[in-house]
Structure formats: structure tokens, C-alpha cells
Design a protein around this ligand. Sequence first.
Ligand code: SAM
Ligand code: SF4
Length: 445
Amino acid sequence: MKKLYIKTHGCQMNFYDSDRMTDLLKPLGYELHDNGDEADLIVINTCHIREKAVEKTYSELGRIRDQALLRKENTGKKTIIVVAGCVAQAEGKEIMRRSPWVDIVVGPQSFQNLPELIAKVDPIEKNKLINIDFPIIPKFDDLKSDISERGPSSFLTIQEGCDKFCSFCVVPYTRGSEYSRPVKSIVDEAKKLIDAGAKEITLLGQNVNAWSASGSDHKVWGLGRLINELAKIKELKFIRYMTSHPLDMDTELIEAHRDIEKLMPFLHLPVQSGSDNILKLMNRKHKVKDYLKIIEKVRKYIPKIAISGDFIIGFPGETDKDHQETIELIKEIEFSQAYSFKYSIRPGTPAAVFLDQVDEKAKNIRLQEVQNILKEQQFEFNQKSINSNIKVLVLKNGKKDNQYLGRSPYNQSVFFNNDKENLIGSIVNIQVSEAYQNSISGHIA
Ligand code: SAM
Ligand code: SF4
């Protein structure tokens, strides 16, 4: 077997793609390894969403060159180096210019061509290959490889791309326009994932709730209807989805949360800002009151649902007043957990040329303030779990002896001890006794 090392950056969709690349390369004799020192093939699956993520790619490529040179010196063997993902899509040839030791650059919509590209790599290292097409046949139709052993929780991409063009975001340019996979291809893959060991599936999409396709009744289905179909698969025990957009939050999906026990009570619904002025500049096409209305409705249907979100802090033009409005919104919603990022200029996006960029110092102070409140809310949410009895899917061993780690229905990490059996993949009832900042713990009830 040849050794494959994949380093994945960024969102869950990249992790899904990396798993699919592993499946795709297996028939070529590549087996996944956990370090690149002796790898025959190294893939970096990259993220372009913020500047930091892009810089990470280039510094990592420097390390990989050293690894590959050392291996060549020691063994005489060439390491094939591939850059995949959104940096590959956005930077294309620039990667080869800055890092000429890279052999292949392949975009997120064309990695299904990796086997052919690898076959064309010239051992004398003259052949540099770039494939960043948006193919007419979506990559899923070409991804026919078997799915190898997975853990108890798996990702399944059902929707890709975005047509919303928020003024700060690179996704519409790196992942292309919105595409929804057909129902049959999703259901078939869900069954394969279950055969490979999954008990929980998280449906993924840049705007997962924009998913829509023709169903078995020839009517147009939305995400709620799809989840209903997937819930019929007996061996599938937990269903999650992310990331959703406020504009695509329909009643059918909210009802699915109320009616389908397998659908977990957790909603990741980014709002980005609590100021209507900023939302307008962001081209979000929703207002703060629209977001509040959705959350009110969701909580009316499912009172205990956990709400998560994303915030961009220091967007161009953000005043102290706008920032205070974001703080007020956070206080009003009470998130169970949420992500907050400093605005990062992305070349080629409209906001990159907005004149009133917020200075770094103000961004840092505002981010700290937002993160402190979000942290408090997360801790309070975790504390409310104490004394409750929750169903937990056991995902892996913890770092300590006899410790297991699982996930609660509300997407909290759950630790517990058990010294007897191998419980990975089982579903246990945990009586919660302690709460921490990022997790809760307890014992099997
Ligand atoms: N489609 C989802 C939505 O609109 O709510 C979000 C998907 S986006 C890939 C993930 C998150 O990255 C966004 O919610 C946003 O908070 C963050 N993000 C995107 N562009 C950014 C930028 N230029 N600077 C900082 N954060 C950014
Ligand atoms: Fe990016 Fe989400 Fe806006 Fe699309 S909707 S442009 S993915 S932030």
C-alpha cells in the first residue's frame, strides 16, 4: 500500500471532501496515515474564508516541501503534493508560482479527477497540473467509489455553493452557484454511510436549508421533507444539519424539528450582525427583526432547542452603536454556543474595497466583548443541563483512562467514565452532573 496523508482546514464540508478523497484514492492503493513524513501523497485541503486560513496554507506548504526533500534524500522516493479546496480554487496558478514544488492544484468541484491527475504526474517533476473547473456534471455523479469504514458520526454534503453573494464572502466564487443533490443520491449515500458504521449523519451545505429537489412523489421537496425521508432509515439514529441561512428557514423544517425525534434540537443559524445598517451593507437581505421572528417561531415549536450562530465583528462601517446592537441581539437570543470572527478582507469581494474599514484595535476590543458574552451564555446553557438525563452517541475515547466522549442532542461535548465495555458507537443515557465552559460530564444512568 502507498501512504496518503491529508491535512484538512476549514469547514465541515472540507472534512467531508477529504473523506471522499480518501475513498477515491483507496482503489489506487493509497492508505490513510496520520503524518506526512513518509507519505507518497500529501493533500492539503484548504480554506479561503479568512486571510489567516490562506496564509496557513502557504506556511504549511513550506513545511511539506522540507518533509518531501528529506524523504527524497533518505529513500529516493518522490512525494506527490496536492493542494485542494477553496485556496486552490481561488489562487490557481499563484500556488504554483509561490510554491513550485506543488504537483497538483485541484478545486473543490473537481477533486473527483484526482486519480487521473495523479497518474499524469511526471516523476521528473515537469508536469504541473491544475484543475479548477466547475464541471457540468456535478462531482457527486462522478464519486462512485465505495465508502470505507467511518466513525459513528458522519458528514453528508447535500448542497453546495451559494447564490447569495454576501458582500464579505468568497464562497460564491470558490464553491460556485447553488446546487442541490438529488434525493436518491443522498438516500443511497446515507445507507452506505450507515453500512460503514455511521449512526448519526450531519447533512451539510453552505446554505443547507436552501436544499430543494424533486422527491419520489415528483413534488419539490425542501430540507424538512428530505429529513423526514432519511428518518425512515431504521439504523440511522440521529440527524443534524448545518449551516442554515435565515432566508431559507421555512415552516416545514421547523415542523420537522417538532415532529421527527431523530432530528436533533440544535439550530446553527448565522445572523452576522445585530445592526440593520450593517446587514444591509453585508447584502444579507434580512433584517434583525426577521431573525428574531424566526427564533421566536422555532422556540414556540421546540421550546428547548439550542440556538447557535456566526458573527462578523468590525465589518467596514461598523460604528460603536452598530456593535452595541449586536451585543443586544446576542443578549436577547441567548445562544447555546456561537462563532465570532473579526472581519477579514477578502480580495475580489465587494466589501474589500469599502472605504471605512474598522481599525484592528477596535475590532479586537469588540471581538473580545462579544466572545466574553457568548462564553458566558455557553457556560449558562451547559449549567442548565445539570441533573438532566440525555441520550448521547458515544464518539470516541477521551484523553483520560476509561473516559469516553460523546455528543448531546444539543451539540454539547459530553464526557463520562466507564471501565467495562467498548462503548464507541453506542447510544447511552447520561445523567449530567457537571458543567464546564465547552462541555458537560456525568455518568451512565
Ligand atoms: N452560509 C452561511 C450563512 O450565510 O449564514 C455561512 C457560511 S460561511 C462559509 C461561514 C462563516 O464564515 C460565515 O457565517 C461568516 O460568519 C464567516 N465569514 C465569511 N466570510 C468572512 C470574512 N470575510 N471575514 C470574517 N468572517 C467571515
Ligand atoms: Fe457566504 Fe453564507 Fe453569504 Fe453565501 S450566504 S455568501 S455562504 S455568508
